[in-house]
Design a protein around this ligand. Structure first.
Ligand code: OSB
Ligand code: MG
Length: 374
């Protein structure tokens, strides 16, 4: 089956978060993501989501750079070009360096289109196996320790299988110790978003102390692109290091594993430039015996459904940050909404593509900017 994309819509959509979310670098109350709709000459449609943050604090990209890349480079390179598989479609933009969040939005739309055109669920097209995926939550830095304990309690009561807590220097031990004391056995981890440095003795002391808490892993403690210091730190700690920001694709995963910079990898579809590359990172890790889990960027329903599909691959053995949409948003833009009753999300094996229908009226109601290309 061959596809030629003839029309692409970009929608910049704003959704309010259910609760403000604070990381080591900043606080958010709403998110703006670009939704990408592709249509081929036979009328088949696919949806993707570009989950770049609006600011360059997590990665170098922003919503503005993604819009520019999509409108001026990625969409024009795809339109009118014949392809049979999404990996072939992605060759349209191999010349474009970096800009992986922008690429992920249009890559995902091509995967959804290919799966829908074949009447197949996305999970099957990707080579997934699981009927359901186990779901964890990522909790932001709360103003008080008691505030964090209340959030952990609420999400454990919902059934979530693993708790991740954001940390930063000075906002680490008191929080994690309190959670550990109250729930000695809960799978618990910390995500530092690159806030620590090995040459700061206070930072090193905090990391050593966290090492005593029996955490499942510590995510991205050091610089975003530093796999050398991460290797030094991994030799020092008993706790597994998991890399997030440092891994932009399969080659990065291979190098980090070879250096001993981590024992676990967080795979984010957006960060690595799409579903094809996410699968290649998965394959590199499985071959090396490194467990992976699916990270998130507070995706709306489209990106979240893609996260569910990739999480059905066999190497995703650790519950991910793929929570129900209601963890992040009071109202999502897909039907049915994604839910995680008892901390598990059913993979929609009986529905084609991402398995959730974008609600165009709702998308347009929350849309800040739209362009039709092609
Ligand atoms: O570091 O994993 C991260 C959200 C925005 C930016 C970076 C990160 C996160 C999360 C949220 O942890 C995970 C989610 O619920 O989607
Ligand atoms: Mg992270």
């Amino acid at each position: 089956m061959s596809h030629v994309v003839v029309a692409v819509d970009l929608f910049l959509v704003r959704l309010p978060l259910a609760r403000p979310f604070t990381t080591s670098s900043h606080t958010k109350t709403h998110l703006d993501h670009i939704l990408v709709r592709v249509r081929d000459r036979d009328g088949a449609v696919g949806w993707g989501e570009c989950a770049s943050p609006s600011d360059p604090y997590y990665c170098a990209e922003t919503v503005g750079t993604c819009w520019h890349l999509l409108e001026d480079f990625l969409v024009p390179a795809l339109i009118g070009r014949a392809w049979a598989t999404p990996d072939e479609a992605a060759r349209a933009w191999t010349k474009v360096r970096g800009n992986r969040f922008a690429k992920a939005g249009i890559d995902m739309a091509c995967w959804d289109l290919a799966a829908r055109a074949r009447g197949e669920p996305l999970a099957r097209l990707l080579g997934g196996e699981r009927r359901e995926i186990l779901s964890g939550v990522s909790l932001g830095i709360e103003p008080t320790v008691d505030g964090l304990l209340a959030e952990v309690e609420r999400h454990l009561a919902h059934g979530y299988r693993r708790i991740k807590v954001k940390i930063g220097p000075g906002r680490d031990l008191a929080y994690l110790r309190a959670v550990r004391e109250r729930w000695p056995d809960v799978p618990l981890m910390a995500d530092a978003n690159s806030a620590y440095r090995l040459d700061d003795p206070a930072h090193l002391a905090a990391l050593d102390a966290l090492d005593e808490l029996g955490l499942t892993m510590i995510e991205q403690p050091l610089d975003a692109d530093d796999i050398v210091d991460h290797a030094r730190l991994q030799r020092r700690l008993a706790t597994a290091i998991c890399l997030d920001e440092s891994i932009h694709g399969a080659d990065d995963a291979r190098r980090a594993i070879a250096l001993g910079s981590c024992r676990i990898v967080n795979i984010k579809v957006s960060r690595v430039g799409g579903l094809g590359e996410a699968r290649r990172v998965h394959d590199v890790c499985v071959a090396a015996g490194i467990p992976v889990w699916c990270g998130g960027m507070h995706e709306f329903g489209i990106g979240r459904a893609a996260n569910v599909a990739i999480s059905s691959l066999p190497g995703f053995t650790i519950p991910g940050d793929v929570s129900g949409s209601d963890k992040a948003y009071p109202l999502d833009i897909v039907e049915p909404p994604i839910r995680a009753p008892g901390g598990a999300i059913a993979v929609p094996w009986d529905r084609p593509g991402i398995g959730h229908e974008p609600d165009e009226a709702r998308i347009r109601a929350h849309c800040l900017r739209h362009v039709a290309l092609g």
